[in-house]
Design a protein around this ligand. Structure first.
Ligand code: HEC
Length: 175
Protein backbone atom coordinates (compact mmCIF):
# COMPACT_ATOMS: atom_id res chain seq x y z
CA UNK A 1 0.00 0.00 0.00
CA UNK A 2 1.71 3.10 -1.28
CA UNK A 3 -0.70 5.84 -0.26
CA UNK A 4 0.03 6.60 3.39
CA UNK A 5 -3.35 8.27 3.80
CA UNK A 6 -5.27 5.18 2.74
CA UNK A 7 -3.15 3.16 5.08
CA UNK A 8 -3.95 5.49 7.94
CA UNK A 9 -7.66 5.38 7.22
CA UNK A 10 -7.68 1.60 7.05
CA UNK A 11 -5.80 1.38 10.27
CA UNK A 12 -8.22 3.77 11.95
CA UNK A 13 -11.15 1.66 10.74
CA UNK A 14 -9.53 -1.46 12.05
CA UNK A 15 -8.97 0.12 15.45
CA UNK A 16 -12.55 1.36 15.46
CA UNK A 17 -13.83 -2.13 14.59
CA UNK A 18 -11.86 -3.63 17.45
CA UNK A 19 -13.03 -0.97 19.87
CA UNK A 20 -16.74 -1.34 19.09
CA UNK A 21 -16.49 -5.03 19.97
CA UNK A 22 -16.45 -3.94 23.59
CA UNK A 23 -20.01 -2.64 23.27
CA UNK A 24 -21.81 -5.90 24.00
CA UNK A 25 -25.53 -6.41 23.51
CA UNK A 26 -27.85 -7.23 26.36
CA UNK A 27 -29.12 -10.79 25.99
CA UNK A 28 -30.72 -11.11 29.37
CA UNK A 29 -34.40 -11.93 29.57
CA UNK A 30 -36.73 -11.26 32.48
CA UNK A 31 -38.26 -14.16 34.38
CA UNK A 32 -41.20 -15.60 32.48
CA UNK A 33 -43.62 -18.47 32.91
CA UNK A 34 -43.47 -21.22 30.31
CA UNK A 35 -47.18 -21.77 30.94
CA UNK A 36 -47.84 -18.42 29.23
CA UNK A 37 -46.24 -19.58 26.00
CA UNK A 38 -48.34 -19.20 22.88
CA UNK A 39 -48.26 -22.88 21.95
CA UNK A 40 -49.22 -23.92 25.48
CA UNK A 41 -52.05 -21.41 25.84
CA UNK A 42 -53.56 -21.83 22.38
CA UNK A 43 -52.94 -25.57 21.98
CA UNK A 44 -51.48 -24.79 18.57
CA UNK A 45 -50.99 -27.94 16.48
CA UNK A 46 -47.43 -29.36 16.82
CA UNK A 47 -46.61 -28.54 13.22
CA UNK A 48 -47.55 -24.91 13.70
CA UNK A 49 -45.62 -24.77 16.95
CA UNK A 50 -42.56 -26.07 15.19
CA UNK A 51 -43.00 -23.59 12.36
CA UNK A 52 -43.24 -20.51 14.55
CA UNK A 53 -40.40 -21.73 16.74
CA UNK A 54 -38.13 -21.94 13.73
CA UNK A 55 -39.42 -18.83 11.93
CA UNK A 56 -40.57 -16.35 14.54
CA UNK A 57 -39.32 -17.14 18.04
CA UNK A 58 -35.85 -15.67 17.57
CA UNK A 59 -37.40 -12.19 17.46
CA UNK A 60 -40.82 -12.71 18.99
CA UNK A 61 -40.06 -14.62 22.18
CA UNK A 62 -37.58 -14.87 25.03
CA UNK A 63 -36.27 -18.10 23.48
CA UNK A 64 -33.84 -16.39 21.13
CA UNK A 65 -31.04 -18.44 19.61
CA UNK A 66 -28.11 -16.17 18.94
CA UNK A 67 -26.00 -17.04 15.89
CA UNK A 68 -22.21 -16.62 16.04
CA UNK A 69 -22.30 -13.34 14.12
CA UNK A 70 -24.53 -11.92 16.83
CA UNK A 71 -21.24 -11.60 18.72
CA UNK A 72 -19.81 -9.22 16.17
CA UNK A 73 -20.53 -5.51 16.34
CA UNK A 74 -22.09 -3.69 14.56
CA UNK A 75 -24.16 -6.66 13.29
CA UNK A 76 -25.03 -7.48 16.89
CA UNK A 77 -26.57 -4.05 17.37
CA UNK A 78 -28.92 -4.52 14.42
CA UNK A 79 -29.98 -7.95 15.62
CA UNK A 80 -30.57 -6.61 19.07
CA UNK A 81 -32.79 -3.88 17.67
CA UNK A 82 -34.88 -6.35 15.67
CA UNK A 83 -35.29 -8.60 18.68
CA UNK A 84 -36.22 -5.75 20.97
CA UNK A 85 -38.72 -4.34 18.49
CA UNK A 86 -40.10 -7.75 17.64
CA UNK A 87 -40.73 -8.64 21.28
CA UNK A 88 -42.34 -5.27 21.87
CA UNK A 89 -44.91 -5.90 19.16
CA UNK A 90 -45.50 -9.57 19.80
CA UNK A 91 -43.97 -11.84 22.40
CA UNK A 92 -45.00 -15.48 22.12
CA UNK A 93 -43.40 -16.22 25.49
CA UNK A 94 -45.82 -13.98 27.36
CA UNK A 95 -48.88 -14.65 25.22
CA UNK A 96 -50.98 -15.79 28.16
CA UNK A 97 -50.66 -12.38 29.79
CA UNK A 98 -51.90 -10.43 26.80
CA UNK A 99 -55.46 -9.06 26.84
CA UNK A 100 -58.03 -11.06 24.89
CA UNK A 101 -58.72 -8.28 22.40
CA UNK A 102 -55.05 -7.64 21.82
CA UNK A 103 -54.52 -11.35 21.22
CA UNK A 104 -57.25 -11.33 18.59
CA UNK A 105 -55.70 -8.30 16.97
CA UNK A 106 -52.23 -9.86 16.95
CA UNK A 107 -53.61 -13.03 15.36
CA UNK A 108 -55.08 -10.93 12.57
CA UNK A 109 -51.79 -9.11 12.17
CA UNK A 110 -49.85 -12.35 12.13
CA UNK A 111 -52.17 -13.76 9.48
CA UNK A 112 -51.59 -10.72 7.29
CA UNK A 113 -47.85 -10.42 7.82
CA UNK A 114 -47.30 -14.07 6.96
CA UNK A 115 -49.73 -14.10 4.06
CA UNK A 116 -48.03 -11.07 2.53
CA UNK A 117 -44.58 -12.51 3.11
CA UNK A 118 -43.61 -9.57 5.37
CA UNK A 119 -42.72 -11.90 8.24
CA UNK A 120 -40.26 -13.34 8.99
CA UNK A 121 -38.12 -10.35 8.01
CA UNK A 122 -36.26 -10.87 4.75
CA UNK A 123 -32.83 -10.36 6.21
CA UNK A 124 -33.59 -13.08 8.74
CA UNK A 125 -34.69 -15.56 6.08
CA UNK A 126 -31.46 -14.95 4.17
CA UNK A 127 -29.47 -16.14 7.16
CA UNK A 128 -31.92 -18.83 8.33
CA UNK A 129 -32.80 -21.36 5.65
CA UNK A 130 -35.12 -23.20 8.02
CA UNK A 131 -37.29 -20.10 8.38
CA UNK A 132 -37.99 -19.95 4.67
CA UNK A 133 -41.53 -20.81 3.59
CA UNK A 134 -43.03 -21.46 0.19
CA UNK A 135 -46.46 -20.14 -0.63
CA UNK A 136 -48.29 -23.25 0.58
CA UNK A 137 -46.42 -23.19 3.89
CA UNK A 138 -47.12 -19.49 4.34
CA UNK A 139 -50.79 -20.08 3.74
CA UNK A 140 -50.85 -22.99 6.15
CA UNK A 141 -49.23 -20.94 8.91
CA UNK A 142 -51.49 -17.95 8.27
CA UNK A 143 -54.57 -20.18 8.36
CA UNK A 144 -53.26 -21.59 11.64
CA UNK A 145 -53.36 -18.09 13.15
CA UNK A 146 -56.84 -17.57 11.76
CA UNK A 147 -58.06 -20.86 13.20
CA UNK A 148 -56.86 -19.87 16.66
CA UNK A 149 -58.59 -16.52 16.23
CA UNK A 150 -61.84 -18.34 15.44
CA UNK A 151 -61.36 -20.85 18.27
CA UNK A 152 -61.01 -17.89 20.63
CA UNK A 153 -64.37 -16.57 19.55
CA UNK A 154 -63.05 -13.90 17.18
CA UNK A 155 -65.61 -12.59 14.71
CA UNK A 156 -65.06 -14.13 11.25
CA UNK A 157 -66.93 -11.17 9.74
CA UNK A 158 -64.45 -8.57 10.91
CA UNK A 159 -61.31 -10.70 10.52
CA UNK A 160 -58.57 -8.61 8.93
CA UNK A 161 -60.92 -5.71 8.46
CA UNK A 162 -58.39 -2.97 9.02
CA UNK A 163 -56.38 -4.27 6.13
CA UNK A 164 -55.80 -1.38 3.70
CA UNK A 165 -56.47 -3.17 0.49
CA UNK A 166 -57.96 -6.25 -1.02
CA UNK A 167 -54.55 -6.90 -2.51
CA UNK A 168 -54.45 -10.50 -1.55
CA UNK A 169 -58.06 -11.19 -2.47
CA UNK A 170 -57.52 -10.89 -6.17
CA UNK A 171 -53.81 -11.18 -6.46
CA UNK A 172 -53.14 -13.94 -8.94
CA UNK A 173 -55.61 -14.16 -11.75
CA UNK A 174 -55.58 -10.59 -12.83
CA UNK A 175 -53.58 -9.16 -15.60
C1 HEC B 1 -35.61 -10.98 12.50
C2 HEC B 1 -36.60 -10.74 13.47
C3 HEC B 1 -38.04 -11.16 13.19
C4 HEC B 1 -38.52 -12.37 12.84
C5 HEC B 1 -37.74 -13.65 12.60
C6 HEC B 1 -39.95 -12.25 12.77
N1 HEC B 1 -40.31 -10.97 13.08
FE1 HEC B 1 -42.22 -10.23 13.22
N2 HEC B 1 -41.48 -8.37 13.63
C7 HEC B 1 -40.15 -8.06 13.77
C8 HEC B 1 -40.04 -6.63 14.01
C9 HEC B 1 -38.72 -5.87 14.19
C10 HEC B 1 -41.34 -6.10 14.03
C11 HEC B 1 -41.80 -4.67 14.26
C12 HEC B 1 -41.49 -3.77 13.13
C13 HEC B 1 -42.16 -4.17 11.85
O1 HEC B 1 -43.39 -4.30 11.83
O2 HEC B 1 -41.45 -4.36 10.86
C14 HEC B 1 -42.24 -7.23 13.78
C15 HEC B 1 -43.60 -7.12 13.73
C16 HEC B 1 -44.46 -8.21 13.63
C17 HEC B 1 -45.90 -8.14 13.73
C18 HEC B 1 -46.69 -6.87 13.87
C19 HEC B 1 -47.26 -6.75 15.24
C20 HEC B 1 -48.11 -5.51 15.36
O3 HEC B 1 -48.20 -5.01 16.46
O4 HEC B 1 -48.66 -5.05 14.36
C21 HEC B 1 -46.37 -9.41 13.62
C22 HEC B 1 -47.83 -9.85 13.70
C23 HEC B 1 -45.24 -10.27 13.42
N3 HEC B 1 -44.09 -9.53 13.43
C24 HEC B 1 -45.33 -11.63 13.25
C25 HEC B 1 -44.25 -12.46 12.95
C26 HEC B 1 -44.38 -13.87 12.66
C27 HEC B 1 -45.69 -14.63 12.66
C28 HEC B 1 -43.13 -14.33 12.42
C29 HEC B 1 -42.73 -15.71 11.99
C30 HEC B 1 -43.39 -16.28 10.84
C31 HEC B 1 -42.21 -13.21 12.57
N4 HEC B 1 -42.94 -12.09 12.89
C32 HEC B 1 -40.83 -13.28 12.45
C33 HEC B 1 -39.09 -8.92 13.72
C34 HEC B 1 -39.17 -10.27 13.35
Amino acid sequence: MKNPRVKKILLALLVLFVLIQFVRIDRSVPKYESSHDFAVVTHAPPQMEQRIKSSCYDCHSYETHYPWYSQVAPVSWFLRKHIKEGRKHLNFSTWGKVKHNTQLHLLEEAYEEVMEGEMPLRAYVLMHGEAKMNEAERKELAEGFKQIYLDMGGDPQTFGEEDEGEEHEHEEHEH
